[in-house]
Design a binder for this molecule. Structure first.
Ligand code: FES
Length: 110
């Protein structure tokens, strides 16, 4: 008989969705981690690590659209859903589940 350990998840409300204007991102610190949360113009939410893996640029200040973010420092592009880098010279970013519930932003960290 084996023992299965469920992964520890942290589910947290980040506050009202209106705190992020459409088409922009904001940075939140949760459990000591800086998380960028994006609210695309069509209302979709995405969450990723805050710092760009290239040289630490603030991804929440990047340009977003079509499920992608462009880092404001050197324009590396990342897929917001998968975290994949869209350039070969940069690695992927961490993504996190995020949703809207009752007008609040709900983030899950594993
Ligand atoms: S720091 Fe993001 S592309 Fe350079």
């Amino acid at each position: 008989m084996g023992i299965k350990y469920a992964a520890l998840e942290i589910v947290v409300s980040l506050g009202p969705i209106e705190a992020i204007p459409l088409g922009q991102g904001r940075t939140y610190v949760v459990d000591g981690r800086a998380i960028a949360v994006f609210r695309q113009r069509d209302g979709q939410l995405f969450a990723t690590q805050h710092a760009c893996p290239h040289r630490g640029g603030p991804l929440a200040d990047g340009i977003i659209g079509a499920g992608k973010v462009i880092c404001p420092l050197h324009a590396r592009k990342f897929d917001l859903k998968t975290g994949a880098s869209l350039q070969e010279d940069c690695c992927a970013i961490q993504t996190y589940p995020v949703r809207s519930e009752g007008g609040e932003i709900i983030l899950t960290l594993a």
